[in-house]
Design a protein around this ligand. Sequence first.
Ligand code: MN
Length: 243
Amino acid sequence: MTPPPDAPDPALIDDLVAANHILYNEGVVDGFGHVSARHDKEPGGFLLARNMAPGLVTSDDILVLDLDGNAVAAGGRALYLERFIHSEIYKARPDVAAIVHSHSPSVIPFGATAVALRPIYHMSGFLGAGAPVFEIREAGGEATDMLIRSPALGAALARRLGGAAVALMRGHGDVVVAESLKLAVFRAIYTEINARLQAEALLLGQGRVSFLNEKEAAAASATNTPQVGRAWELWKRNAMGGL
Ligand code: MN
């Protein structure tokens, strides 16, 4: 049977399932966090799992949502509370094709201190001049539960992200974007690794660390971008076996 013309590419759904498993296996997400991909045929829509642990997602769990954060056919299934992270960033950034939101553990200290997350090595050149930090109190007041649970909070986060690849969320986690799903997964994994290495270097160097400058970061990022498939295949096999 021929699928309707607006059905997403089955290969994109398969990749999104793999992305969920990879991010779990690599320690970026745990029972929480999510990854989405913009709909390949409807730029006003995106694919996101129903409300569940990423490591358990199958193709049957992938829903299509619109840019207001409504599911096209949820069939009674619960949605992620923080789906507005995705809907509002897709709205603000036409260049973005995939988004990862996580509570990536090594990143948390950088959102809670004045120390900027910066590229310590070539694998994380996408961090550029440093990741901006979103302060939810500025948009949501002093008594939120820290979650991006409304379109207004999602829009505020998207504004703080600006044109960057990564934004940290104070007291919560981070959001990572890219022009492809594989690149978003790559960036989310190396954001976590960079944070761990940067914290070690700050201790070892007693606060004095040489980071990539902006030109080095941009050049390293340009070199890595076309090579992400190499890492993806390894991560996918490790997360999903021979599937
Ligand atoms: Mn969250």
